[in-house]
Design a protein around this ligand. Sequence first.
Ligand code: GAL
Length: 532
Amino acid sequence: MDLVRHGSDDGGRVNSPSRETLLRENQDPEEDGYAYTHSNPMLKSVFTMMFARNTEEAQRSIDGQPSYDRLQTSPSRCPGGRDFRIVLVLTPFSILMSGLALVFAGFLAYCMFGRKENAVTVQENGVGRLPFMGYNTWNAYHCDIDESIILETARLMKALGLSDAGYDHVNIDDCYSEKKRSASGDIVANKQTFPSGMKSLTDKIHKLGLKAGIYSDSGWFTCQLYPGSYLNEERDIKTFQDWGFDLLKYDNCAVPFDEVIKEGIVGKYTRMSNAIAKLSKESGKPPILFSLCEWGREEPWLWARRLGQSWRTTGDIEPNWNALASILNENSFYSWASDFYGYNDMDILEVGNGDLTFEESKSHFTAWALMKSPLLIGTELSKATQQTLNILKNHEIIAINQDPVVGKAITPFRWGINPDWTHNRTHPAQYWSGESQNGTIFMLLNVLDEPADLFFSLTESPWIRAGRQYAVRDLWSHTDNGTAVRNLTVHNVPPHGVVALLLRDDGDEPSGTQPPCARPEWCMDKDGTPGW
Ligand code: GAL
C-alpha cells in the first residue's frame, strides 16, 4: 500500500500552488511507507506579519502567569459586622421540635446525597472502566460446548500469548445448563457436558490468571430455550457468583407478554442490574460485570450505562464482509456513546472465521477496537493461524481500545463516497478519527470492491490543530512514516482494507504553507480580507 501525503491535492478544496517535495522518512512509495509532498509558495508578507504578531501575542499569554496575590480571603461576617448569640430555651416542646427538625434534615440529606451515591455506584462501580477483552464460545462453537473445550481455550489463551495481549476473560455463552431448573428452582450446569461443575471450572480458569464469564437471558428462556432468569434474577446471580463467575452476558429472548411484564426492555434489564448491585452490597464482593445483549432494539446507548458496562448495539454478527459493513454502518451513528464504564458492544469477533480475507479481518479488528467495543475472540484457538493471531495481538491497536486516559471511541468525520450521515449497509462511513492519550487516531476504510486512494485534510478532524504539522505512525506496519502537513493521501488501499494512523503534534507547520488557511472559506484576515 502506498501512502502519499499531498499539500494541496484535496479534491478542489485548496488551491493548487507550486509544490516542494518533503521526503523525510520511509519515503519510498514502492515500500509500505509514505511519500510526502506539500505546497510551499511564497507567503504574502501581510500574512507573515500577521502570523508573527499573533504568535507573539499567543506566546505572551502563555508565558503570563495567573496572579494569585490579587486573590484575598475575606472572613465571613454578619451583615453589619455585629456579633450574635443563639439562646436555646429547653422546654419539652422545643426538644420535640428540634428532634423533628433533625429527622427532617437527615431525610433531606438522604434524598439529596444518598440516592445520588447509589446511582453513581451502579454506573461507576469499579468494574468495566475499559472495554473488556477475552474469549466467547458462541461464534466458534455455538451449542457444542463442554468443560474440556473451555479449559483448553483458557490454556491456549495463555500459551498463545493472548492473555498477555490483554484477553483476560473466558466467557461461556448459551447452552451450558440443563433444560430444567432443580427442584429448589436453581439453574443446574449440564451434567453431561459440565460434569465437574462450574465452580471447579472457574477455579481452574482463575488459577490460570483469567476471569470467567457466564450467560443468561432476561426473559423466560435463553435464545436456545434453556432457563432464562426472568423472576429469578436474585437467585440466579447468586448462583453465578457462587459458581465463581465475574461477568454476565444477558440476552433478550423469550420476553414475557405485556400483561405479565408491565414494563419495557429497560425495566427487564433493570431487574438484573439491581440484583447485581444488591448481591455485591450484601456479599461485599465486586459487582459482576454486566454485559447487556438486546441487539440495539430500544436504543441501549441512551440508557444502558446506568445498568451495566456494555450493551450490544446490533444483531448477530456473521463471518462475512456484508455483515461487518452493516454493523459498522449502524454503529457510525452512535459511536459517540461509548466512554469509560459503558461501551457499545459490536459483538464477538469473527477474525479467523468464515470467508473473511486478510484485509477484511484487519478492518474488522481495527474498527471494533478503535470504536471501543469489548474485544472477544470467537474463533477456535487450536486451529487459529499465525495470521489470525497476529491480527488479534496487534498491540498498537489494542492500546487504543484500552487507553486509560481516553474512553471515547472514534467517530466518522466524513462518510466518503456517500454524503455525510448516509445510512448505507454495504458502504459505511470511510473517514473516522478520535482522541487518544498519545495523539489523534485516524481510521480510513476502503468500502469498495476494488483498490482505492483515500484522501483527507487533517483539519477535517476536530482533534487536529490548524497551523501545526503531525508525525504519522502506522498502527499496522508499526512504522513512523514522516510528517503530515495539511493533508494526507493513502494510495492503493486494498478492497475492504483499512488504514490506522496515529498523528502526533510535531510543532508549527513549515512557514509559507499555502493557502494561509486550510479552510479558506472559514477564514478572514485581520484587516477584513476574506480567506476565500
Ligand atoms: C443471541 C446473541 C448471540 C448468542 C446467542 C445464543 O441472541 O446475540 O451472541 O449469545 O443469542 O443463543
